[in-house]
Design a protein around this ligand. Structure first.
Ligand code: ATP
Ligand code: MG
Length: 229
């Protein structure tokens, strides 16, 4: 039986942006993946939950960003699993859902660095269960010594890690949140529907004192703080 290849793009997606979408699509093309499943996490183990938007907002933005691509879909697997979202639990579940397919977990260089340092739960087991595709990301240069410093069971699975060159996208969710807060534009950094969702739900906008919104922006109920985004 022909074995299919499924890509998995995990992340916080707060918000999802074109860096995520380009990475997923380039991985799909380069590795012949039949589909890419985006998996927004519920509680990223490395982040303070108070600093992260509600899972449902992040799920819906990811849905909006991927809905027109027939090869992209979004899973509620992590959103609905209580507690910290460990990738190892997700991969076990996806292995059950796709028993005959090869799984390719897609990340950026920053996430690969954490993996090579063994900072993810059960990293060695994880690398044995699926392949990893790591895309270059502006601002993150992988230390070549990191590869040689990997020891033990993790080292045996290093052949499951593949590097992927993508058109450099210097976009991060952190920067997008700061832009919204400062009233700077985010158009062309995120899909239009995601931008509309952010404005509609006033995500990332700093709470403003009532008198600050009076005057020139009195009717600007939906604009975060005067930007044209
Ligand atoms: P934040 O700034 O809040 O951490 P982020 O932009 O890093 O957000 P995440 O949801 O943390 O987005 O990332 C999910 C996955 O996508 C990670 O593996 C990350 O490395 C990768 N990724 C994010 N942005 C890019 C980008 N511009 N180029 C390549 N990979 C990216
Ligand atoms: Mg990140």
């Amino acid at each position: 039986m022909a074995v299919g290849r499924i890509g998995i793009m995990g992340g916080t997606f707060d918000p999802v942006h074109y860096g995520h979408l380009v990475t997923a699509d380039e991985a799909r093309w380069r590795f012949g993946l039949s589909a890419v499943v985006f998996v927004p996490n519920r509680h990223p183990p490395h982040k303070d939950p108070r600093d992260v938007s509600a899972p449902e907002h992040r799920y819906l933005m990811t849905f909006l960003a991927t809905v027109t691509n027939p090869r992209f879909s979004v899973s509620r697997l992590e959103i609905e699993r209580p507690g910290p979202s460990y990738t190892i639990d997700t991969i076990h579940e996806l292995r059950r859902q796709y028993p005959d397919d090869d799984l390719y977990y897609i990340t950026g260089a920053d996430a690969l660095e954490q993996i090579l340092r063994g900072e993810w739960r059960d990293t060695a087991q994880l690398l044995g269960l699926c392949r990893f595709i790591a895309a270059n990301r502006p601002g993150y240069r992988l230390d070549p010594e990191l590869w040689s410093s990997v020891t033990g069971p993790l080292r045996e699975h290093l052949h499951n890690v593949h590097m992927l060159e993508i058109p450099a996208m210097a976009i991060s969710s952190t920067d997008i949140r700061a832009r919204v807060r400062d009233g700077r534009p985010i158009r062309y950094l995120v899909p239009e529907a995601v931008e509309g969702y952010i404005v509609k739900h006033r995500l990332y906008a700093k709470a403003q004192p009532a008198d600050e919104t009076a005057g020139a922006h009195a009717s600007g109920r939906t604009a975060p703080s005067g930007g044209d985004a």
